[in-house]
Design a protein around this ligand. Structure first.
Ligand code: UDP
Length: 468
């Protein structure tokens, strides 16, 4: 598996890796070390360092530890990644089926194994070209909802009209999805998009995928996105849901965070778990904006005031880098502030009644699998579309608005209203009911020993790559 070294990319890769191992495959994740200044992720190439039965191999991004901006990083990665990954593969594996006779099955002899498939990740699209050049089949793991796959695919392949500078408010109608207004679209498809590196990346990704990928696997499940999955299978490159990759049966059960298959790039602060034990069922608001998004001082202040005024006990993840530091660094007795939470354990705790989230797809799916309703306060990228799904397709939460309009900074009253709507407002029973129903469906899709849709798809995928 070739992973982009970011928290939201590694978690689904590791979780899929765990599933593949349960089907008898051996899994290695190849990635680059994080950029300097980021913390912690330095597992050795032995699996024992991570608590997973997955090996790690590292290749160079060509920067030799230099700290650069994201555009330069992406350029360097796509320039040096293919050569360095190819070298790494040659050093560690056989790539031709005829070499398989020399393979043996023990961990110690990993160097003699035959590589049967490369699973790439959207941010390393060139991995599909490497697989092709080596004559190895390739799959891509799509780490966002199928809805986003359909949106991006149709946008980058010009299959449907999208907003332009001359028609910026065009509503986008796509098969299997509710009408999407500008505020519901991912930032990268808007005419105002300024992230050139990502647009280039998505174009390359669909090109490499159509040319060289044999499968696109998605971290979603049929019951969650049935309409868009069915409609996409008619006229897009087929996508196979294999999620939720977070294992609903393990949620909250592990001694350590690795139980759910995740790895943490930051030190996990478990102090909130004991505190949660003392809180009433369904009373706590959990606040986290994922690994990348940082709230502005105004956004933080508004949210803090809303929590105080609403008197909800809270667990709030405030990363060290956050601009608007929470004024009550201790949470002031009403809540607890941590720099990085054991998120899936928190979500699975009976005390948590609401998740205020940026709507990153891992977080969203973890909440779905745990049956926790959401207040979504999207910041950029796919998050606005995920918010739309949460509110209007899954029916398991609301998006933060001010007088009905989407705003980057909303007042504390509006923020409080959104939380109340999920906790105990008129719609809350319906929202909680939907969350319970989807939690069950998530479990059924992947249950061990079951015949759930995602479980069957992973088995078929494994049978195909092993049979080749
Ligand atoms: N996460 C965590 N502890 C935290 C905050 C986040 O373990 O305090 C994990 C979370 O469970 C999820 C990932 O970090 O798996 C964040 O991924 P997501 O796609 O939600 O957001 P991103 O970080 O990519 O914006």
């Amino acid at each position: 598996m070739v992973a982009f070294s970011a928290q939201g990319h590694l978690n689904p890769m590791l979780r899929l890796g765990k599933r593949l191992i349960s089907h008898g495959l051996h899994v290695t994740i190849a990635t680059t070390h994080l950029q300097p200044g980021r913390r912690l992720f330095k597992p050795s190439s032995s699996s024992s360092a991570t608590g997973h039965d997955i090996d790690f191999l590292f290749y160079s991004d060509g920067l030799d530890g230099r700290k650069v901006d994201i555009d330069t990083f992406m350029d360097s990665l796509s320039q040096h990644g293919p050569t360095n990954l190819t070298k790494l593969i040659h050093q560690n594996y056989h790539t031709a089926p005829s070499d398989a006779n020399n393979s043996t099955g023990t961990r110690k002899t990993r160097r003699r194994r035959r590589l049967c498939c490369i699973v790439s990740n959207p941010f390393v699209p060139w991995a599909a070209n490497v697989a092709h050049d080596l004559g190895i089949p390739c799959a891509m793991l799509w780490i966002q909802p199928v809805a986003l796959y359909a949106v991006y695919y149709r946008y980058y392949r010009n299959l449907n009209p999208f907003p332009t500078l001359t028609d910026p408010d065009l509503t986008v109608n796509l098969p299997g999805l509710p009408p999407l207004r500008t505020e519901d679209l991912p930032s990268f498809v808007l005419p105002t998009n300024t992230f050139g590196a990502f647009s280039k990346l998505f174009s390359e990704m669909f090109g490499a995928m159509e040319k060289h990928a044999s499968w696109v696997l998605a971290n979603s499940f049929h019951a969650l996105e049935a309409d868009v999955i069915i409609n996409s299978s008619k006229d897009l490159f087929p996508v196979v849901p294999v999620g939720p990759l977070v294992d609903p049966s393990l949620l909250g059960k592990g001694e350590e965070e690795e139980a759910d298959g995740a790895v943490n790039l930051w030190e996990v602060d478990h102090s909130c778990m004991e505190w949660l034990d003392e809180q009433a069922a369904g009373s706590v608001v959990y606040v986290s904006f994922g690994s990348l998004a940082t709230l502005s001082a105004d956004q933080s202040a508004s949210l803090e005031r809303a929590l105080k005024e609403g008197r909800w006990p809270f667990v709030w993840v405030v990363k060290g880098t956050e601009a608007g530091e929470l004024s009550t660094s201790s949470g002031g007795g009403q809540g607890i502030v941590v720099a990085w939470a054991p998120q899936t354990k928190v979500l699975a705790h009976r005390a948590v009644g609401c998740f205020v989230t940026h709507g990153g797809w891992n977080s969203t799916l973890e909440a779905v699998a745990a049956g926790v309703p959401m207040v979504v306060y999207p910041q950029w990228s796919d998050q606005p579309t995920n918010a739309k799904l949460v509110e209007d397709v899954f029916g398991v939460g609301v998006r933060v608005r001010e007088n009905g309009d989407v705003k980057m900074v909303v007042g504390s009253e509006e923020m409080g209203r959104a939380i109340r709507e999920v906790m105990d407002g008129p719609k809350s029973e319906q929202i909680k009911g939907n969350a319970r129903r989807l939690k069950i469906a998530a479990g059924e899709a992947v249950a061990a020993g079951g015949e759930g849709t995602s479980k069957v798809s992973v088995r078929k995928f494994v049978d195909e790559i092993v049979g080749r």
